[in-house]
Design a protein around this ligand. Sequence first.
Ligand SMILES: *Cc1c(COP(=O)(O)O)cnc(C)c1O
Length: 413
Amino acid sequence: MRIGNVDVKELVRDYQTPLYVYDEGKIKSVVKEFKDNFKSDNFSTDVLFACKALDCLYMYNLANKLGLCLDCVTGGEIYGAYKAGFNMKNVFFHGNNKSEDEILMAGKYGVGNIIIDNLDEVKMLEEVLKDTDYHFNVMMRINIGVSAHTHQYIITAHPDSKFGFFIESEDIFTAVEMIKKNKNLSFKGFHSHIGSQIFDKEGFLIAVSKLFGLMAKFDFEFEWLNLGGGFGIKYTDEDKPIPYDEVSKMLIDKVNEEMKSTGIKISRLLIEPGRSIVGEAGYTLYTIGQLKKTKNKMYYFIDGGMSDNIRPALYQAKYACDVVDKESSEKKNLVCIAGKCCESGDVIIEDILLPEAKKNDILVVYSTGAYGYSMSSNYNKMLKPAMVFVDNGNVKLACKRQSYDDLYANEEI
Ligand SMILES: *Cc1c(COP(=O)(O)O)cnc(C)c1O
């Protein structure tokens, strides 16, 4: 088996397991698919990478080289982007509870844009920025009352989400007025993000209509509109994502249609995919250790688990896998892939048909590129795995495996 034209066995020999492997070519082709199709003659467009899906220096740098903007949510992500040489004007600072220190840090590092979550934040920005000459373009996150996940969207009309200004709230008008008066801030427009791993087109279309409906309540020109991310990816054969060229064109067409029917113009349209950019490009390699047969189950134990991929335990995420170099052997065992942490929920795949395997075989889990490494932990004092990027036969170590000393570096007796 090869990834990015490199033999998987070679990667295991050189970097051991568990190992995160990214096929850089795949990331580049997804970005190209978005960029080639998410454009219009009537306004400019940009694709932001929601970096929480994979927040590491290598990826910030790659995103910058690919001409993406960056959605950051914490001081830690902003610092990383800065360290990686990201063009900070293209960073969008998101989040529902930014601290004063983080705002000042964003100013110092030249972050260009802030996406404001709530009225309290506007007041904080006024206060923190008043004696500085920092300047930000700002958008406001709107909770449009539609939430979409996987196969369904739900019109929740839910005013109580943690994120954004509820679309019917008077706070929106108060905030816009305050922002427009402020010398440190330039109001650019609205943002909405309706959910994640979405396969249904309808939710996105409703979001666009609702945002135009909101803009129609104001009597000034809007400049930017940000439609968020959430485009679904394929984890297993059951997943049927909307192709990215199709979803891009659909959003562009819908915005053009709304501009025509409402007479409202925008000059820049943004989307902020995370999962779709890195998800399918990522693979996790594990070494199989002990095998165990219980009354009704067969376990293949791996040398990682929930510490490097919490998604199955956190939200019953499903994955597919293969035993390396036995992909075409008869898949006759129904097995459970379990990790080595002390939690019965430490399972990567609950049931999957696999060939007979033995100790030291390599297991590859597919589509682990998003929210895997970035959600990894040191639970049970497990070491965070190494991460490599492969591209056309070249291998680059993006992140070393932690050492036992790294684990205790901040601790004292
Ligand atoms: C998480 C998030 C994204 C990215 O979502 P994906 O499902 O990874 O595409 C985009 N925008 C905001 C505001 C988010 O919170």
